[in-house]
Design a binder for this molecule. Structure first.
Ligand SMILES: [Fe+2]
Length: 372
């Protein structure tokens, strides 16, 4: 929409301003004569000028036009310069306002500046002073515009960054879910494989069928009461199922022999804990399990095998397995003897507590009645 206010003809402007971006100045004054004088001065300097006589129409006039700067008289009927200033400050934040004042009272000038005017020029207007003030006001306006643009770009960049971070976070959390699922599958496959190995060992040692599953249940209960971490519980579960893995190398005739073993046979049988440890050591991630398996026949007082480890030097999980292993061995019926009664077993566990078994674990086992 074209403004109803005329701008100066091109030929009125200075020749040397042709290439410079034309700036528009909005003048509000109720005196037509002053408007005309100002318009003539400013047009000669290359500015486009839009005039308004003020009054009730001034807000409409301000809204219709585009301009870079407002010059407003202070004392005007109906709507004075303060109201014009207030309106521009509220609605056009980067447009500076220069006030024209015939008042010489300095407190008025200070008040004008406090209310957001860029500067004031005393009437009668001196051309040089007015032009200088206009130039400074336009520099200020350009800085504000530039600042506003930078703020806008900064906000846009923040949004862009936030979007990017959100997208990356989503991507990562999807990857994490995939990874978690893959881990679970791997653990499941590991556990199935270990279960099959445990069954294979039991198949060879016909007297111990179901031994590993029963032990697993007991050992995990003890582990929970000892508040083992999730990782430790996992090692305990693997080690319980695989504790007799080394029996794959034990002669079946010795494993299934009824009656007492000779010293030589006993030595051969005892090799199974170290054989199991060696096999597991060769499997990545089974290191902690290997150490426990290799120590499941160590005694608390150092009289066990293969290393004769003592007390806390024996891995905690191996000490747990020892208690469950002895309990299950006594409780299970063998071809050459019936399973022992619970009273006898408890008595025996207490008897070897501190020598063969860790007393703290025996206490937990007996007091919590984990055998029931
Ligand atoms: Fe064993």
């Amino acid at each position: 929409m074209e403004s109803r206010y005329q701008t100066p003809e091109k030929e009125e402007s200075h020749d040397n301003t042709e290439s410079v971006e034309r700036r528009s100045i909005f003048i509000v004054d109720d005196e037509e004569f002053i408007r005309k004088v100002l318009k003539t001065h400013l047009a000669k300097e290359g500015y486009d000028v839009i005039e308004s006589p003020g009054g009730n129409r001034v807000y409409d006039d301000l809204n219709v036009a585009n301009f870079d700067l407002v010059i407003s008289d202070i004392t005007m009927p109906e709507i004075d310069g303060y109201k014009v200033l207030e309106y521009v400050r509220s609605n056009m934040e980067t447009v500076p306002v220069i006030m024209l004042t015939g008042l010489t009272d300095i407190s008025i000038a200070i008040d004008i500046m406090k209310k957001g005017a860029f500067d004031y020029v005393m009437k009668p207007v001196k051309k040089a002073e007015l032009l200088d003030t206009i130039k400074r006001a336009l520099v200020y306006r350009d800085l504000l515009e530039r600042n506003t643009e930078l703020e806008r770009q900064n906000k846009e960049y923040q949004f862009y960054l936030e979007d990017k971070v959100k997208a990356r976070t989503k991507e990562l959390s999807e990857k994490a879910v995939e990874l978690k699922r893959a881990n679970e599958l791997l653990k499941e496959a590991n556990m199935q494989f270990v279960g099959v190995m445990a069954e294979t060992i039991e198949a060879k040692d016909t007297y111990t069928r179901g031994h590993c599953d029963r032990m697993k249940e007991l050992c995990l209960k003890i582990g929970q009461l000892l508040k083992l971490s999730e990782e430790e519980m996992e090692v305990l579960e693997y080690a319980t199922l695989l504790h007799d893995l080394g029996k794959v190398s034990t002669k079946e005739a010795i494993l299934n022999k009824e009656g007492r073993l000779t010293e030589e046979e006993l030595q051969h049988m005892r090799e199974h804990s170290q054989v199991g440890e060696k096999i597991l050591e060769s499997i990545t991630l089974m290191g902690p399990v290997a150490r426990v398996v290799g120590s499941h026949h160590e005694n608390f007082d150092g009289s066990g095998y293969p290393r004769g480890l003592k007390g806390d030097d024996i891995p905690l999980m191996a000490r747990i397995i020892s208690v469950a292993d002895l309990f299950d061995a006594m409780h299970t019926t063998r071809p050459y003897r019936k399973g022992l009664g619970l009273d006898v077993i408890i008595e025996e566990l207490k008897r070897v507590s501190g020598s063969q078994l860790d007393p703290e674990i025996v206490d937990i086992f007996v007091n919590e009645k984990l055998y029931e």
